[in-house]
Write a protein that binds this ligand. Structure first.
Ligand SMILES: Cc1cc2nc3c(=O)[nH]c(=O)nc-3n(C[C@H](O)[C@H](O)[C@H](O)COP(=O)(O)OP(=O)(O)OC[C@H]3O[C@@H](n4cnc5c(N)ncnc54)[C@H](O)[C@@H]3O)c2cc1C
Length: 221
C-alpha cells in the first residue's frame, strides 16, 4: 500500500551538480517532525497529476527542517520532468520516510555497494555511517558526476563486468552487507552472480529502483 503524502515543504535550493544530476533541497517545519528516519530511506514525492516517484534522502537536517535529494535526469518521465522544472519556492508534497531494504543495517560497520546513478543518494547516506567500497555504474561521464557530487565512490561503465575488487571485497570482508540498487536488470544480474559464487543471501540487501515503463505510460501509449 502506498504511503499517504502527508508532508509538505518548499524547494529551498536546486543545483545541477552535473549536467544530468540535480540536487534538490526541500525545507519546512514538517521535516523537523519526520522521525523515525534510517539512513538510506526514501520519500514518495508527488511529481504531478497524481503520480508519485520515490527519491532517497541524500542528507537530512532535522534542526533546519531540510532534506536533500539527488535526482538523476535519465531523459523524460514524470519524475525526471518534475525535477527539471521545479524552481525555488515551489511547494512539494511527500510522504514520511519509508523503505527497509536499502537502509543502514544497525550494528554493521562494514559494507560493499553496487548500483547506478539512482542509488547515489541512498548509498551516500548509508556509507556515511557504515563506510565501505562503493561502485556506481553509468555512462562515460560517471566518474565526473561522482566527483561533482563529492562522494568517494568509484565509477564503472554500464554493462562492464562487476569489478574484481567487488568480489575481493566480498571475500575479504565475509560478514559485510552487500547493497545492490538501480535498474531491475542490474539488480537481478548482480544478485545471480553473487549467489552463484556462494554468497550468503542473508548478506544481500537489494532493490530495483527503476525498470520498465509504469502503467500510466502503457495506458496512454
Ligand atoms: C526506493 C527507491 C529510491 C529511489 N531513489 C532515487 C534517487 O535518489 N534518485 C533518483 O534519481 N531516482 C531514484 N529512484 C528512482 C525514481 O523513483 C524513478 O523511478 C526515476 O526517477 C524515474 O522516474 P521517471 O518518472 O522519470 O521515469 P519513468 O516513468 O519511471 O520511466 C520513463 C522511461 O525512462 C526509463 N528510465 C527510468 N529511469 C531510468 C534511468 N535511471 N536510466 C535510464 N532510463 C530510465 C524507463 O525505463 C522508461 O522507459 C528511486 C526508486 C526507488 C524505488
Amino acid at each position: 500500500m502506498s504511503s499517504p503524502l502527508t508532508r509538505a515543504a518548499r524547494v529551498a535550493e536546486t543545483q545541477f551538480v552535473a549536467p544530468r544530476l540535480i540536487r534538490i533541497a526541500l525545507e519546512g517545519p514538517d521535516v523537523m517532525a519526520m522521525r523515525p528516519y534510517i539512513p538510506g530511506q526514501e520519500i514518495a514525492v508527488d511529481v504531478g497529476s497524481d503520480i508519485r516517484r520515490k527519491y532517497s534522502a541524500h542528507t537530512v537536517d532535522f534542526a533546519r527542517g531540510r532534506i536533500e535529494l539527488l535526482v538523476y535526469l535519465h531523459g523524460s518521465g514524470p519524475g525526471a520532468d518534475w525535477a527539471s522544472r521545479i524552481r525555488v519556492g515551489d511547494g512539494v508534497r511527500f510522504s514520511d520516510f519509508r523503505g527497509s531494504q536499502i537502509v543502514m543495517t544497525p550494528g554493521v560497520h562494514d559494507a560493499v555497494f553496487f548500483g547506478d546513478e539512482t542509488a547515489i543518494a541512498a548509498f551516500a547516506a548509508i556509507h556515511r555511517v557504515s563506510g565501505g567500497r562503493v561502485w556506481i555504474e553509468g555512462e562515460e561521464d560517471i566518474a565526473a558526476m561522482l566527483e561533482a557530487a563529492e562522494v568517494p565512490f568509484t565509477g564503472v561503465r554500464r554493462g562492464s563486468p562487476p569489478p574484481l575488487e567487488l568480489a575481493r571485497g566480498i571475500h575479504a570482508t565475509s560478514r559485510a552487507s552487500i547493497y545492490i540498487a538501480g535498474s531491475a536488470a542490474l539488480v537481478r544480474d548482480l544478485r545471480d552472480i553473487l549467489l552463484n559464487h556462494g554468497v550468503d543471501p542473508a548478506r544481500l540487501r537489494s532493490k530495483a529502483f527503476w525498470g520498465k515503463p509504469r502503467r500510466e505510460h502503457a495506458l496512454v501509449a
